[in-house]
Design a binder for this molecule. Structure first.
Ligand SMILES: [Zn+2]
Length: 252
């Protein structure tokens, strides 16, 4: 069962408020914990794709509000045992846990490639996985890939009927987390939000302008101005998705 002693956990509060408020929150890449916690809206610090158990144990000793445990290299039974053991340990630290059920294809920045085949999340198993592990948020695999998507894009690869069944099985109890957003149309993100996605990870899709700026101006002129302007370009893309798609601006 999901443990309510963690109701004060920052990630959980942010996600629950987004769920009841009908908006989604973005999972963006940041590299400074103090800045996140000092922001004027609640921003929690989440560690994504923690692959090795030793990394998970280390992360539990750090300033994270939540951790994603990626046990996708394990078989089903082992994954349940592993995630459950981390959820137990995390409870004492007031940290909430996100887990992946199934296995998403593709390579994510900073995460070693696992050469195992994709496993889609079985909707029938989603509810029992959550119940048995006590995990707080679930990242399903329904044709989403850690991009880029092949021909036809996410529209062709996503199995929306599978996602809908997963959402139905979990009901309102477990917020879903969307991985594999490079790239997605705004409309498809809105569809995902209607099907239970409350946290939406964003990496490559919001940093194109940042890269463009560095490619055009890197090595020329003032270093401080280069850094500031590149971050400003990054912020513009984040601001756009928060304002126009997630509807989370001013909230989280
Ligand atoms: Zn991911």
């Amino acid at each position: 069962m999901i443990d309510d002693s963690l109701a004060n956990n920052l990630t959980r509060k942010i996600i629950q408020q987004a769920k009841s408020g009908g908006y989604a929150v973005g999972g963006f890449c940041v590299f400074a914990a103090d800045r996140a916690h000092a922001a004027s809206v609640p921003i929690s610090l989440h560690l994504d794709h923690c692959l090795k158990p030793s990394d998970a144990y280390l992360a539990l000793e750090c300033a994270f509000d939540s951790i994603m445990i990626d046990g996708s290299m394990f078989d089903e039974e082992e994954n349940i045992r592993y995630v459950r053991s981390i959820v137990e340990r995390a409870k004492a630290k007031n940290i909430t846990i996100e887990a992946e059920l199934g296995r998403m294809e593709g390579k994510e920045d900073g995460v070693p490639q696992i050469d195992l085949e994709t496993v889609w999340t079985d909707p029938k198993k989603a509810a029992s996985f959550v119940r048995e592990t006590g995990v707080h948020f679930l990242a399903p695999s329904f044709g989403n890939v850690h991009g880029p998507y092949g021909p036809g894009g996410a529209e062709k690869h996503w199995q929306l009927d599978r996602l809908m069944k997963i959402y139905e099985k979990l009901g309102d109890r477990t917020p879903l987390v969307l991985h594999g957003t490079h790239p997605l149309s705004d409309d498809l993100v809105r569809v995902a939000m209607r099907l239970g996605m409350v946290k939406i990870n964003q990496n490559r899709s919001v940093r194109n302008k940042y890269h463009e700026y560095l490619a055009n101006f890197g090595g020329k002129g003032d270093l401080i101005a280069l850094q500031e302007n590149a971050v400003e370009a990054y912020s513009q893309d984040i601001e756009r998705v928060m304002t126009e798609v997630f509807m989370s601006a001013g909230k989280a």
